[in-house]
Ligand binder design. Structure first.
Ligand SMILES: Nc1ccn([C@H]2C[C@H](O)[C@@H](COP(=O)(O)OP(=O)(O)OP(=O)(O)O)O2)c(=O)n1
Length: 163
């Protein structure tokens, strides 16, 4: 299912029995503060492993594995990030949900972000990084580096905190 830009996908995901990621919090107040009634959510599939497998099938069918070494994939990834940047270029700040964007513009963005994800997943595969596991480890590190009680409401980098 295509991802949608407003509450629709969120409601649809919930309607389908899917729930968004839940991170346990220590008390109900914190929970209430973090609760965003209409926060956008993804559908749960395909997983990153599904995407890895589908892209592997795509490249195998075309005998393109010979071109998909880590460095080439990194360059392809950066190129696609550039294409995402082009869509935002010269527009000024853009509000969440991209309210002023046309449907073709939204679809173009969805395609370019998908290209980024596809190359990112394949780069991780070719570097033998188990991306879903790695992101859990990294998020755990981020939580340690930026304790909510210490940094709440501040966007300073962790090196800027005196302690
Ligand atoms: N050697 C290639 C070429 C393409 N693709 C796949 C992965 C990307 O999802 C998409 C990239 O295709 P293009 O290079 O044609 O880039 P765009 O789709 O962004 O087209 P354009 O550059 O015209 O916007 O196709 C791939 O895996 N390996």
């Amino acid at each position: 299912m295509a991802l949608q830009h407003n509450g629709t996908a969120s409601k649809l995901a919930k309607h389908n029995g899917e729930t968004s990621d839940h991170h346990p919090s220590t008390n109900g107040k914190e929970e209430a503060e973090h609760e965003h009634a209409d926060r956008f959510t993804f559908t749960s599939e395909p997983t990153l492993e599904d995407i890895r497998r589908m892209q592997a099938e795509f490249t195998d069918e075309r005998n393109w594995n010979q071109f998909h070494q880590p460095r080439n994939l990194l360059l392809a990834l950066v190129g696609e990030v550039g294409e995402v940047s082009e869509l935002f270029q010269w527009r000024g700040e853009v509000a969440e949900g991209l309210p002023d964007w046309t449907e073709p513009e939204r679809e173009h963005l969805a395609q370019e972000l998908s290209d980024v994800l596809i190359y990112l997943v394949e780069l991780a595969e070719k570097c033998h990084v188990d991306l879903p596991r790695a992101v859990l480890r990294k998020m755990a590190l981020n939580r340690l580096k930026y304790p909510a009680s210490k940094v709440h409401g501040s966007a300073k980098k962790y090196t800027e905190y005196k302690d």
